[in-house]
Structure formats: structure tokens, C-alpha cells
Design a binder for this molecule. Structure first.
Ligand code: UD1
Length: 427
């Protein structure tokens, strides 16, 4: 088992280019099930979540090949409609095949993904909304059996919460539902817009994606066809490198994403005293003399992204004064704070609030990553900490960051991948 070893205290500079967005490409891949044919999706990150979704598609009968950053997906013979627990348990986003399977086959048999480290992560909005579109559900032995015996029909759906996954599943199923479906209080993330653009290229009629009301005029399943697409840039990968620059950068250029997709997060980072120069496809970031404390509350887009919460917590741990971080999207997303405290941070967690009182320095320690973004944040903490930080549980980081170690080293950091036992021997 490998761990990441970080030698703290090096100044970062130069340029890093982000990959296509994990949270978009997984759904684009799922959408290829909807119409048989050969799809070419470019800018696909080489991360383990994409490998899992490739296996989900293969299980359904698709052929999936990667050439560098392009995926070629042939769904001509994707006649399967059942996904096994062995794959689904590895990645909750596999639930994104539910809408596409209903659209193509009128039925689906999907294992329930279960909870995960950051909370219970319910799926009730997915099921309730798909029921409105004419789907019947049976839940048995951890498996969801879905069927639309009379075909899918349009509905007006108001989501209690602007859930990303529910918006996507409804949007995909509604593409072939008879009539016009309206999703009110829809999620507005850039990845939703990317998926809607992809579906429209396939022949769907979707308007309003990126706003709270999405309208989907149903088309026949036979009229849909395969298409090519370039994935939108990963704003969260970008934001993670922005924080690296804010902590220890001297003109770190982060490119390959639209700065407006990270609007509020960049504004908060600037309010902490960091200088950010905006480019058309990225930003240039440098570390300030000192960081100011800040209050943050996570909310659905365009609010502050929950996927940037851990990275900003590292910044607040070194800021002058007290910061309050409120997590509104997930129930249990402060687990990594315990690891940061082991590195000397002064953070108190009370329910969905964390109070971070800035300290003058963090010190390297062995720490364990608890989830994807928490793991990345621990690496960021290691960059500024005194001495050496050893991060275990890096399979979480590999789910969402392509070559995180290599990209940071290219900026001048000193990271290495080492076998866990060897690393412990050195302590
Ligand atoms: C997606 C992203 C994840 C991001 C999150 C919020 C992917 C693969 N993952 O996750 O990185 O952090 O959006 O921006 O795209 N909820 C319900 N019932 C439901 C659905 C959701 O109560 O039916 C709750 C969840 O428990 C959670 C909250 O809503 O507390 C947000 O979930 P949702 O927006 O659906 O996130 P995901 O699509 O799972």
C-alpha cells in the first residue's frame, strides 16, 4: 500500500493544467447508454472513478477504450440493465445509470450504493421524481428494481433540495418521456450544464440548464444518436491547486477551467488576502504576507462548493483570527478536521459548524485521508507544514485527482509515493 510523503516548506511556481471534471464525465459516460452508437469523449481524467464507471458500462455490454485522455465508448450492444453491487459499492455515482437505463430499456436493476464517509447520502429525491415520470420501484435485498411498464411520461417536479445527482437522473430519464418535463429548484452546477449540452447533441431538447428551472421536451428514444464531446474543466481540481498557490505559491498559474465556475470560492480566497489574477481559462495565484480569517458556508452552486470546504479549512487553520465554517450540504464532512488537528490546527467541530482559530504553523505528522477532498486537503497542509507529512489512504485521492503528486512536484513541491512499511520504518 502506497502513501504520499510530503516535505513541507517549498515555494511553488509555474503552471498546472487541470483535467476534465470528474463530476461531469461520470454522468456523460452514463448518458451514452441512452442511445446505441460510438461516442468519443475527450478530456477524460485518468482517475479511478472513471475506471469504475468504465467497468459499470462494460457490465452493461458496452465497449470502453481509452486513448490518452479520450474515451471511445461503443454502446451498440449495451443491452444489459443490471449493475452489480461489487461495482456500485466502489462509487456512489454509479446510480447515474438509473435514468439512462430507464430511458433506453424502460427498466433497470441497480444495487443500492449505501452510505459513505461523508454522510448517509439519501437517494429519495431520485426515486420520488422518477416515480412522477411513471417509474415503479421495488426494493429487495439491497437492489432497486425499476420499471416503467407504460413508458415514461412528463411531469412537473419540484426538488426539496437542489440535488446534483437527482437533477441529472431526472433530466436523463425525461429526455424520452412523453410531453414536457419541468424540474424546479434544479441543481445549477456547471457539470449539469455540460450534461445538458451533451444530451442536446444526442438529440434531446433541454433548455434552462444552469438556472433553477430546467425544461425537457420529450423526444423518441429512436431519434437519439451518439455524439462527440469535450468535458468541461474540473473547477474543484483547479480550486485545489489555487489553494496550494495561496498557501505557498509565487505566481502559480492554474489553467484549463473557467474562473467563473469557481466564483464564490475565488472571492473568499481573495478576501483572505490572496492575490488572484484572472485569465480567460484560469488564474494566477500568489501567497500573501498573512491570511485573514473568513466565514464560509457551503451551499449548492453558485454557493460555496462543499467540495472546496476541506481545502479552505487548511487555509483558515493558518489565518489570523477565528473562522467559522458551516457545512450545509453533507452531514458528516468534517472528519478530516481531526487529522488536521494532529498537525497542530486549532479547530473545534460542533455539529455542522467548525470553528478554526488560526495558528502560526502546522507541523508534519502521519495522517490518514478520510475522503477524496479531505485527503487532498491533507496534502495541501503538508506543503506548508514544518517537516514531513505522511498521508495514508491515498486511494481516496486517486478517485478524483490525476497524478496529484506529479502535478505538485512540477510546481516545485517535494512529494513522493512510498510503500507504507518503508515509510513507517523511517519514523
Ligand atoms: C455531487 C458530487 C459531489 C458534490 C455534491 C454536491 C458527483 C459524482 N458528486 O454528489 O462531489 O459534493 O454533488 O455538490 O457529481 N440528498 C437527499 N436525497 C437525494 C439526493 C441527495 O437527501 O435524493 C442529499 C444528500 O444526502 C446530500 C445532499 O442532498 O446531503 C447533496 O447531495 P447531491 O447534490 O445529490 O450530491 P451528489 O449528486 O451525491
Amino acid at each position: 500500500m502506497q502513501i504520499i510523503k510530503v516535505e513541507g516548506g517549498h515555494t511553488l511556481s509555474g503552471e498546472v493544467y487541470v483535467e476534465g471534471a470528474k463530476n461531469s464525465v461520470l454522468k456523460l459516460m452514463a448518458a451514452t447508454i441512452m442511445a446505441p452508437g460510438v461516442y468519443r469523449i475527450s478530456r477524460v481524467p485518468n482517475i479511478s472513478d472513471v475506471a469504475v464507471m468504465s467497468n459499470v458500462l462494460r457490465e452493461l455490454g458496452a465497449q470502453v477504450d481509452r486513448i490518452d485522455h479520450q474515451l471511445i465508448i461503443d454502446t451498440s450492444n449495451a443491452d444489459g440493465y443490471s449493475t452489480p453491487y461489487e461495482l456500485v459499492k466502489k462509487m456512489r455515482a454509479s446510480i447515474a445509470v438509473l435514468g439512462p437505463l430507464l430511458a433506453r430499456h424502460g427498466k433497470a436493476r441497480v444495487s443500492m450504493p449505501g452510505g459513505c464517509q461523508i454522510g448517509e447520502r439519501k437517494l429519495d429525491l431520485h426515486f420520488l421524481s422518477l416515480e412522477h415520470l411513471g417509474t415503479n420501484f421495488e426494493f429487495e435485498h439491497g437492489v432497486v428494481k425499476a420499471s416503467a411498464p407504460n413508458g415514461l411520461h412528463a411531469a412537473s417536479i419540484y426538488l426539496d433540495f437542489a440535488s446534483v445527482g437527482a437533477t441529472e437522473n431526472i433530466m436523463m430519464a425525461a429526455v424520452v418521456a412523453k410531453g414536457t418535463t419541468i424540474i424546479d429548484n434544479a441543481a445549477r452546477e456547471p457539470e449539469i450544464v455540460d450534461l445538458a449540452n451533451f444530451l442536446n447533441k444526442m438529440g434531446a431538447k433541454i433548455t434552462g440548464a444552469g438556472s433553477p428551472v430546467i425544461t425537457i421536451e420529450g423526444v423518441s428514444q429512436e431519434s437519439l444518436h451518439a455524439t462527440d464531446h469535450e468535458t468541461v474543466g474540473d473547477r474543484i481540481e483547479a480550486g485545489t491547486f489555487v489553494v496550494a498557490g495561496a498557501l505557498c505559491g509565487d505566481k502559480v498559474k492554474v489553467r484549463g477551467f473557467k474562473p467563473e465556475h469557481l466564483g464564490l470560492a475565488l472571492q473568499k480566497i481573495r478576501q483572505m488576502g490572496v492575490s488572484i489574477e484572472y485569465l480567460e481559462d484560469g488564474v494566477i495565484v500568489s501567497k500573501p504576507e498573512h491570511l485573514n480569517a473568513i466565514d464560509i458556508q457551503t451551499l449548492p452552486y453558485p454557493g460555496f462548493p462543499t467540495d472546496m470546504q476541506a481545502q479552505l479549512m487548511v487555509m483558515t487553520s493558518l489565518a489570523q483570527g477565528n473562522s467559522i465554517i458551516t457545512e450545509n450540504v453533507f452531514e458528516n464532512r468534517f472528519m478530516f478536521a481531526g487529522e488536521l488537528i494532529r498537525m497542530g490546527a486549532n479547530i473545534r467541530v460542533d455539529g455542522h459548524h467548525a470553528i478554526s482559530q488560526g495558528v502560526t504553523k502546522l507541523s508534519g505528522a502521519p495522517v490518514a485521508s478520510t475522503d477524496l477532498r479531505g485527503g487532498a486537503a491533507l496534502v495541501l497542509a503538508g506543503l506548508v507544514a514544518d517537516g514531513t507529512t505522511m498521508i495514508s489512504g491515498i486511494e481516496h485521492i486517486n478517485r478524483g485527482y490525476e497524478d496529484f503528486v506529479g502535478k505538485l512536484n512540477q510546481l516545485g513541491a517535494k512529494l513522493s509515493l512510498v510503500e507504507q512499511e518503508a515509510a513507517l520504518d523511517e519514523e
